[in-house]
Design a protein around this ligand. Sequence first.
Ligand SMILES: C[S@@+](CC[C@H](N)C(=O)[O-])C[C@H]1O[C@@H](n2cnc3c(N)ncnc32)[C@H](O)[C@@H]1O
Length: 306
Amino acid sequence: MVGQTLNNIDKEKRMERQHTYIFDLNSPAELARLINQDRFLTQAMGGPLAGLPTLPARAKVLDVACGPGGWVLDTALERPDLDVAGIDRSEPMIAYAIARAQAQARTNATFGVMDITQPLDFSDATFDLINARLLLGVLKREAWDAFLDECTRILKPGGILRLIEPDDGGSTNSPTFEHLSSLGMKALWNGGYGFSLNGRTFGMAPELLRKLKQRGYQTALSAFVGDYSHDSPGWADFYHNTEITTPQLRFPLIKAGQLTEEEFDQLYQRELAEMWGDDFTALWHFVIIYGTAPARQPQQQDIHEG
Ligand SMILES: C[S@@+](CC[C@H](N)C(=O)[O-])C[C@H]1O[C@@H](n2cnc3c(N)ncnc32)[C@H](O)[C@@H]1O
């Protein structure tokens, strides 16, 4: 059923409630950035389902905060025998994902608008696999427990929750990229995102791993890294990503008094110029946490006692 929509919030409430995404979820530039980023990250991961056990035919898969739907569509193409759903808060991204699914006649892919900071509109024990990539800038640190409880509720016992998060914004040899990146990371941390003690890293994996173990999951870890240096095929993707993400830091950094408008604009131009250098190097590391859901869903009480 291509184009099916799943809504857990009526239109008026959707308009009223503030979202916590650090970027503009209705911006065409952000949509374009996510199409690009999905492609280069899935490639660096070795494919959409790399590292996972083979799912049985007709297994149900959910991608939370799926953006313009790239991971869902790649998975639905690779495994036409799976039912793959994607949910996201952004109406333009979901409209785009539905249009892509229709154009590709990908009848095993469905998309819907849903807010993952609210109870999810799915029955208990529905999914065999839940995939969640890059929620670092979506959920504030205090929102993660409720989100993981919802994932646990809608996963089948023995189902897999896969969380994929970076530990920083990439390691480069551009002094200006590094400077802006550390200011951006600190601003995020001050804004309530990430679990590191001081904002030096995002600190996602250690805390998410602990939270899954607390809920009775069997866990495993792996990692991947993408090369976005000037001489690598991924450079242009990383460059375009930076071209769109850095300006989105302008307002928060100026508002926080970290930089003046003039300073920010100069740093942004210098960052892009340094990325064009022949000797520019960049690696971006991600940690993947695989959690196998417990046979019995733990009760709230178990979690708070454990
Ligand atoms: C960094 S992007 C990651 C997209 C995708 N998971 C990927 O890795 O390609 C974050 C996504 O979260 C979505 N989002 C933001 N707030 C949300 C919310 N409250 N509920 C659902 N999706 C949300 C945004 O629209 C955006 O598509």
